[in-house]
Design a protein around this ligand. Structure first.
Ligand SMILES: O=c1[nH]c(=O)c2[nH]c(=O)[nH]c2[nH]1
Length: 308
């Protein structure tokens, strides 16, 4: 670029909220299927004159991107996974506009779940669940692909089988060592699939949805351990590592996983005073949950070449 500068730029539309209903779906026992997505589109395109001069002739309007989300949702006559929808949208933007070199699509799904009434799945009734499924897909003009999926706000808590000992002690350290504490977290995870080109994506339409449910189950089961005895956690760090490792061991089509696990503290309440030494003596029973500050623990686990 002239003037001795390099300009990197992209533009898009954030948080386009779209809901798609498919009626009387055979694969859903004849019931309706609904999804609610918040879709963000970001395009890398050759449109420098819009920045450097009064020339918008190469700009795809972000309003057009928003309309495209609705148009493509309408065109999906069959139920699609959000990963497949993100790929379809990103491919559209790179194929339809000559100046678009790459498209990134992020989707966060609102967790509507079919209600079960007297043991029977309702044909058209849904209630809001908790954790959210996410995806990020980038497609280049030549079809190079990067695809990650994730989960957000997966809140987990154990009342016992957690401790923290043997950490650095110095003159700033007040935290007592313990083998008995509560542990609570809100897991955010992102995992990367190994597909590097749009042609590598499996044909099976719901493989990503299936994988999402599978990863969630492995994360949760590893966090808690067996229902009767649980599993001792010596630190959030160790539990995070075991969760990530379990996912990579279970699913060979996941190349890496990033986990963020805030340590949401439950502080022991101990109200004894000199006058009332036994008024409220903490006996692993009364806690003060606090939102902040909280520990922040995060790591990414990838396969090394030798394991592939
Ligand atoms: O599992 C933990 N990891 C830490 O790094 C840490 N730090 C802390 O104060 N409590 C804890 N707990």
């Amino acid at each position: 670029m002239a003037e001795g500068f390099k300009l990197d730029q992209k533009h898009g539309k954030g948080r386009v909220r779209v809901s798609r209903v498919w009626r009387k779906v055979a694969g859903a026992g004849g019931g309706d299927v609904i999804v609610e997505w918040s879709v963000s589109v970001s395009l890398a395109s050759d449109c420098h004159p819009a920045y450097t001069a009064d020339d918008n002739s190469a700009i795809v309007a972000t309003d057009t991107m928003k309309n495209t989300v609705y148009a493509k949702a309408k065109e999906c006559s069959e139920v699609v996974s959000m990963e497949s929808f993100a790929v379809l949208l990103a491919r559209h933007f790179t194929a339809f506009y000559p100046q678009v070199t790459a498209a990134t699509v992020n989707i966060v799904e609102k967790p509507w779940e079919r209600v079960v009434v007297d043991g029977q799945p309702h044909s058209h009734g849904f209630k809001l669940g908790s954790e959210k499924h996410t995806t990020e897909v980038t497609v280049s003009k030549l079809g190079a692909l990067s695809i990650t999926s994730g989960v957000q706000e997966l809140a987990l808590l154990k009342t016992t089988k957690s401790g923290f000992e043997g950490f650095v002690r110095d003159r700033y350290t007040l935290l007592p060592e313990t083998r008995e504490r509560m542990v609570a977290t809100e897991v955010t995870a992102f995992w990367r699939y190994p597909f590097e080109h749009v042609s590598d994506i499996p044909a099976k339409p719901f493989c990503f949805t299936e994988r999402y449910e599978g990863v969630k189950k492995v994360l949760v089961d590893t966090f808690f351990g067996p229902p009767d005895v649980g599993v001792y956690s010596p630190s959030v760090q160790n539990t995070l590592f075991l969760m990530a490792k379990a996912v990579l061991n279970r699913f060979l089509d996941i190349a890496s996983i990033q986990l963020r696990m805030p340590n949401l503290h439950f502080l022991p309440v101990n109200l004894s005073s000199k006058e009332n030494p036994d008024m409220v003596k903490f006996a692993d029973d009364v806690y003060m949950p606090i939102a902040e500050p909280h520990g922040t623990i995060e790591a990414t686990l990838s396969r090394t070449m030798s394991k592939m």
